[in-house]
Design a protein around this ligand. Structure first.
Ligand code: HEC
Length: 110
C-alpha cells in the first residue's frame, strides 16, 4: 500500500518536471516558428543576408561574443545596428523561445 502511494507520488513529481522543463529551457519548437516568421528573412538557414560575416553559426557567435543564451536574448530584445529590436513586437516568452532555438541550432550546426 505504502509502496503504491510512493510510486504514484514519484510519478506525479516526474510528470510535473516534464511539464515545467520547456519553460526553463525555452521551447525550441515554438522558437522555430517565431524564427520562420521574424528572423528567416535576414537569417535563412542561420546565415545573415545583411551582414554576411555575422551568421548565427557557432564560429561567428563565438567570434563576436554572442555564443550564449543571454547574449542572443539581449540582441533579439534590443537589436543592433541594421538588426531591429524585437522587444514590444515579440513578448518575453517568444524571445526566450527563439533565442533557445538559435542557440540549439548553433550548437548542433544549422
Ligand atoms: C532586417 C534583418 C534582420 C532581422 C529581421 C533579424 N536580424 Fe539578426 N542580425 C541582423 C544583422 C544586420 C546582424 C548583425 C548586427 C551587427 O552586429 O551589427 C544580426 C545579428 C544577429 C545575431 C548575432 C550574430 C553574430 O554573429 O554576431 C543574432 C544571434 C541574431 N541576429 C538573431 C536574430 C533573431 C533570433 C532574429 C529574429 C527574432 C533576427 N536576428 C532578426 C539582421 C537581422
Amino acid at each position: 500500500m505504502l509502496k503504491r502511494i510512493l510510486i504514484s507520488a514519484i510519478a506525479i513529481v516526474l510528470a510535473n518536471i516534464n511539464l515545467v522543463s520547456p519553460a526553463w529551457a525555452g521551447d525550441t519548437t515554438h522558437g522555430k516558428q517565431i524564427f520562420a516568421a521574424n528572423c528567416a528573412v535576414c537569417h535563412l538557414n542561420g546565415k545573415n543576408a545583411v551582414m554576411p560575416m555575422k551568421t548565427l553559426e557557432k564560429e561567428a557567435l563565438e567570434k563576436y561574443g554572442m555564443y550564449s543564451l543571454e547574449a542572443i536574448t539581449n540582441q533579439i530584445s534590443k537589436g543592433k545596428n541594421a538588426m531591429p529590436a524585437f522587444l514590444g513586437k515579440l513578448n518575453a516568452q517568444d524571445i526566450e523561445d527563439v533565442a533557445a532555438y538559435v542557440f540549439a541550432q548553433a550548437k548542433q550546426g544549422w
